[in-house]
Design a protein around this ligand. Structure first.
Ligand SMILES: *[C@@H]1O[C@H](CO)[C@@H](O)[C@H](O)[C@H]1NC(C)=O
Ligand SMILES: *[C@@H]1O[C@H](CO)[C@@H](O)[C@H](O)[C@H]1NC(C)=O
Ligand SMILES: [Zn+2]
Length: 546
């Protein structure tokens, strides 16, 4: 089926700033071509005199909306007067009020469900609030059909409560934000996209599943996106553009494709005790013991059961010439210690969260500045990263280099793609004056020779993928000069090699700390160290800028 996608723009709270919104829309259209629809969630109007004056110009036809615009009803009592009734109607040329709640199907077949306003604290509901009856009225006609699979788009003003579970944290007060009734609605409606506003925050959640793995047939994923207010001074994102083919016109197998970074459903949380694996006592093998060493998570003994059987070597795959897509998860993200969406993650060690990567304090780090750059989604090694993830990883490298330089330190980066499931790029700072780059390089080369391993220098701009096709085990070092050292792992690679070299007498000269078990800290110490690092790093943290 070849279907033309619908080009959609979605906007957060407009708060009466129509001129600013439409000039932004026009400039986007100038660059990328015409869009079909503009959907506005949150508070469209404002009761300030300037906003009212501006609205009169659109209402009278003096100014015109350059795109078909669909808006939700009032988000507060103050703006309720702008809406004549609970039913939808055209408020001005090209500006249509959808109504208090309902389902709208466009000419293309695109199906959009919407709920205006906030959850009513009690009955009778004021005009800017919705009630359980409103939600039932949206749901009933859709789910009455046994063929119901979901809808294309859900628009709500308020956030669904708890949408952040299993995912990246939003900049909102998660204690009070959102409506549980909307969370329940979103869970049942299974929108492919869900937009909300009212919080003045921009948040793009990792996509979540609508099915239970191995228990239900695969279904499409949901992307939740919250948008900020038009022209907000902090320049948070308020306009989101995307193309969508209505699900009715899509090939079912195409529809249910699962992206790499998909997470659990935030609205169907499994009771914690069900997730616990039974204790396995001291049955762990030495190999499993080693697996636990790199360090980010609390790989305590009672988790031993999870590691069982996963340390096995993966077969080297023969033909990578046609390889484009990163491979499927070897294990679901809920079970990986390093996937940010995983319940196992130790959030108190997280220093910064970007779009595709995050930064965490190393557990049992070699020194206080020892951090890890990790992809948020599940990737085994650098060579499997999608290009946007790789780019952000580079941004973190650059930010960390200048951060440590300001503290009189240079960074050494290393990665071991061997007996690890999830990429951890280790970043260790060394004092500029005590450890020259050449000395660091020599220490690595000499200590590799001592162990009969060949550590080759590879060209600075070489693509690691060409040297190590995905699936090849390797150890890799990057120096602050940009020089790169590479070792193709054959067998029995010493798992602590990177630490051993850096801790050795010619460099940091802290040989006992090569063993991470000598560097354990209490949770309170880890929290304090992480908070301190987060504050210090913040001026260098691009994730804070957008
Ligand atoms: C309404 O929007 C369309 C584009 O979707 C535009 O072509 C048309 O001129 C607009 N109508 C008015 C009255 O401005
Ligand atoms: C490797 O894969 C490519 C593309 O899939 C194919 O054209 C080529 O014949 C394969 N080579 C071998 C040796 O299997
Ligand atoms: Zn993972």
């Amino acid at each position: 089926m070849e279907e033309k996608p619908v080009r959609v723009l979605v906007c957060g709270d407009v708060e009466g700033k129509l001129g600013a919104l439409y000039s932004r829309v026009l400039s986007i259209q100038k660059k990328t071509g015409q869009f079909d629809l503009l959907l506005c969630v949150g508070e469209f109007f404002s009761s300030t005199p300037e906003a009212e004056e501006e609205w009169q110009r659109y209402k009278s036809g003096a100014k015109k909306a350059p795109i078909q615009t669909y808006i939700l009803g009032a988000g507060s009592e103050a703006t309720a007067k702008n809406f004549p009734s609970a039913d939808g109607c055209e408020l001005a040329d090209n500006i249509t009020y959808l109504g208090r709640r309902g389902v709208f199907t466009g000419a293309s077949g695109l199906q959009i469900a919407y709920v205006s306003g906030c959850e009513a604290p009690q009955e009778p509901a004021p005009p800017h609030c919705f009630t359980p009856k409103d939600l039932a009225a949206v749901l009933a006609p859709l789910t009455a059909s046994s063929k119901f699979r979901g809808i294309d788009i859900l628009l709500t003003s308020q956030w669904p409560r708890g949408v952040w579970h299993y995912a990246n944290n939003p900049e909102v007060n998660t204690k009070s934000c959102g409506s549980s009734a909307l969370a329940n609605l979103a869970d049942k409606l299974k929108p492919r996209y869900h937009f909300a506003a009212l919080e003045g925050a921009h948040y793009e959640r990792l996509p979540y599943r609508n099915h239970v793995v191995l228990q239900e047939n695969a279904q499409h994923v949901t992307r939740f996106i919250a948008l900020a207010t038009v022209n907000n001074p902090a320049k948070k994102k308020y306009l989101y553009a995307f193309n969508i083919i209505p699900m009715k016109a899509m090939d079912p197998s195409e529809l249910v494709k699962q992206p790499q970074d998909v997470t659990e459903n935030p609205y169907r949380r499994v009771a914690k005790d069900k997730r616990e694996t039974p204790k396995t006592g001291s049955g762990a093998t030495a190999e499993e013991e080693e697996q636990r060493t790199q360090f980010f998570f609390d790989l305590s003994r009672d988790r031993g059961g999870i590691a069982r059987g996963r340390g096995r070597k993966r077969p080297l795959e023969g033909n990578w010439s046609g390889h484009k897509q990163p491979r499927k998860h070897p294990l679901p993200p809920g079970e990986c210690w390093f996937c940010l969406a995983s319940p196992q993650v130790e959030k108190h060690l997280v220093v910064s969260i970007g779009t595709h990567c995050y930064l965490a304090l190393a557990k049992g780090g070699l020194n206080a500045g020892h951090v890890l750059i990790l992809p948020i989604g599940h990737y085994q090694s650098t060579v499997e990263l999608a290009s946007e993830v790789l780019q952000e990883m580079d941004k973190y490298k650059v930010a960390l280099r200048s951060f440590y330089k300001s503290r009189g330190e240079r960074c050494v980066l290393f990665e071991r793609n061997y007996r690890s499931q999830h990429l951890q790029l280790q970043v260790v700072p060394l004092p500029l004056d005590r450890c020259a780059t050449d000395d660091i390089k020599e220490a690595f080369v000499v200590q590799a020779q001592d162990q009969q391993m060949e550590l080759m220098e590879i060209p600075q701009h070489s693509d690691l993928k060409q040297i190590a096709p995905p699936g090849t085990p390797y150890f890799y070092v990057e120096l602050d000069s940009g020089e790169k050292l590479f070792h193709r792992i054959q067998r029995n690679f010493p798992l602590q090699f990177g630490r051993e070299v850096l801790a050795s007498e010619p460099l940091l000269n802290i040989p006992t700390r090569a063993d991470w078990k000598e560097c354990k800290q209490s949770r309170a110490e880890e929290e304090a160290a992480c908070a301190q690092l987060r504050d210090a790093f913040q001026p260098y943290d691009f994730a804070w800028d957008d």
